[in-house]
Write a protein that binds this ligand. Structure first.
Ligand code: A2P
Length: 285
């Protein structure tokens, strides 16, 4: 597989293709300045990113759309050069709700289509206007659905997902790794007792060898084995840094050494929804 900054799309079995690195855009809405998401998306497009990962839930999808439309108007990219992935939130999992939710996303983006639309959480919540519905006692209001769906997968050197990767590769299924840098460690939904990925000694040692950062080594590891990564950053230097992963190659031994770091550490555990009947992380994949 040849990957370069100018051409790093993975073919999909339906004839489409997906750029192997995308910019993640989730950032706590209360802690994020207005406009920062749009600026970050524009910096990313200028840096060479052609894949943006977003969601209606993130409350900044309008900024993603604004940035994409601006870059298209400027002539920097055409719509078809950019891959946008949107997400269906857990309160809209009933089949008749899917289309209106997607249409809302398109309206917010002011775009004609998304390239991928995935289920954000494989656990349904009570439909309605509340994003995180609870009853008067503060108990989560779950909802029953017939879930037969794709699930995007956390994947990084501490959670390498060998079994799932093997299964998907055998069936020509591309994996998109969320939290490829080990997350922003928000204790609301992340198990922060697990060690921070980017402080790992081997990732830093290899970084020294290649004059790269631990983050770049972690990202390179995944793309070199055909896994799409969507690192989130709204910091201009780090947005660019995370894209500088096409000008070096890890050796086979180094790939094995990184693979051996696997600790089955899942950062995004979402333990608050552990009693949901569809809670997905009790099962081995
Ligand atoms: P920031 O937006 O300030 O750059 P993940 O993609 O695994 O969820 O990780 C996202 C977190 O990692 C964010 O807190 C982001 O912060 C930070 N981050 C992104 N790129 C880098 C990098 N190259 N080095 C260190 N931290 C990074």
């Amino acid at each position: 597989m040849h990957l370069s900054a100018a051409d790093h799309r993975l073919p999909l079995s339906d004839g489409n293709s997906i750029p192997i690195i995308g910019l993640g855009t989730f950032s706590e809405p209360q802690a994020t300045h207005k406009g920062l998401c749009a600026t970050s998306v524009k910096i990313a497009i200028d840096a060479g990113y052609r894949h943006i990962d977003g969601a209606y839930l993130y409350k900044n999808e309008h900024e993603v759309g604004e940035a994409l439309r601006e870059k298209i108007a400027e002539g920097k990219v055409r719509r078809e050069d950019v891959f946008y992935c949107g997400k269906l939130w857990a309160t809209n999992l009933d089949p008749e709700m899917v289309r209106p939710a997607l249409e809302r996303t398109l309206k917010v983006l002011k775009l004609d289509y998304v390239d991928l639309y995935i289920i954000e959480l494989p656990m349904a919540f009570k439909p309605g206007d509340e994003t995180y519905p609870k009853d008067e006692n503060g108990k989560w209001l779950y909802h029953k659905t017939n879930l037969c769906a794709t699930w995007e997968v956390e994947c990084h050197p501490y959670f390498t997902q060998p079994k799932l990767l093997k299964f998907c590769q055998q069936h020509d299924i591309v994996i998109i790794a969320y939290s490829p840098l080990g997350t922003a460690r928000n204790p609301m939904w992340v198990n922060t007792s697990s060690p921070p990925l980017l402080e790992d000694a081997l990732l830093n040692l290899l970084g020294k060898k290649y004059k790269k950062t631990a983050a770049q080594i972690a990202l390179r590891f995944n793309i070199q084995r055909g896994v799409v990564v969507i690192p989130k950053s709204f910091n201009p230097a780090r947005i660019k840094e995370n894209f500088q992963i096409f000008d070096f190659c890890l050796t086979e031994d180094e790939m094995k050494d990184i693979e051996a770091l696997n600790k089955n550490v899942r950062y995004v555990e979402m333990l608050m929804w552990q009693d949901h009947p569809e809670y997905p992380f009790n099962d081995e994949y």
